[in-house]
Design a protein around this ligand. Structure first.
Ligand SMILES: [Zn+2]
Length: 145
């Protein structure tokens, strides 16, 4: 967008916003640019460098995210959610998940708060064998931009 300071033969001054300099010329030729005061279409550009459109700069909308960035954002939100709602048991995850699983089978009430952590492939196979309910989640780095 380009902002032109315009004036009509009567001397009224006003600003007009145009997609480009060419667009201004075309709109002027077809009589689409008129003075807001008197309606004259014989408008001229004042001798003034066109200013960059402020609306385009001030607009707060971020550029649309690429699919990869959308995924990263979703993963980061997922991580935030998990960290907020679950207890971090670190590398004791398999141990703790198994303990809860066994206690659950014995009919004990389990804490509502879930757990999260890490485990090795071996531990993971063990949990699968025991029928422990767990969900692997992609753990995105917080600082990953
Ligand atoms: Zn005028």
């Amino acid at each position: 967008m380009i902002c032109y300071r315009l004036h009509c033969p009567t001397g009224h001054e006003f600003e007009g916003w145009f997609p480009s300099g060419d667009a201004f010329d075309r709109q002027k030729e077809t009589g689409l640019v008129s003075c807001p005061e008197c309606g004259a279409t014989e408008v001229s550009k004042s001798l003034m460098a066109p200013a960059l459109a402020r609306p385009a700069i001030a607009r707060k909308d971020p550029a649309p995210l690429s699919p990869v960035d959308q995924l990263r954002l979703a993963l980061r939100q997922l991580r935030k959610e998990v960290e907020a709602q679950c207890e971090d048991v670190g590398d004791r995850f398999a141990e703790e998940a198994l303990r809860r699983h066994d206690a659950n089978q014995d009919g004990d009430r389990q804490p509502a708060r879930g757990i999260y952590g890490t485990m090795s492939d071996t531990e993971r196979e063990r949990l699968e064998d025991e029928g422990v309910d767990f969900t692997p989640v992609p753990w995105i780095d917080r600082s990953d931009n």
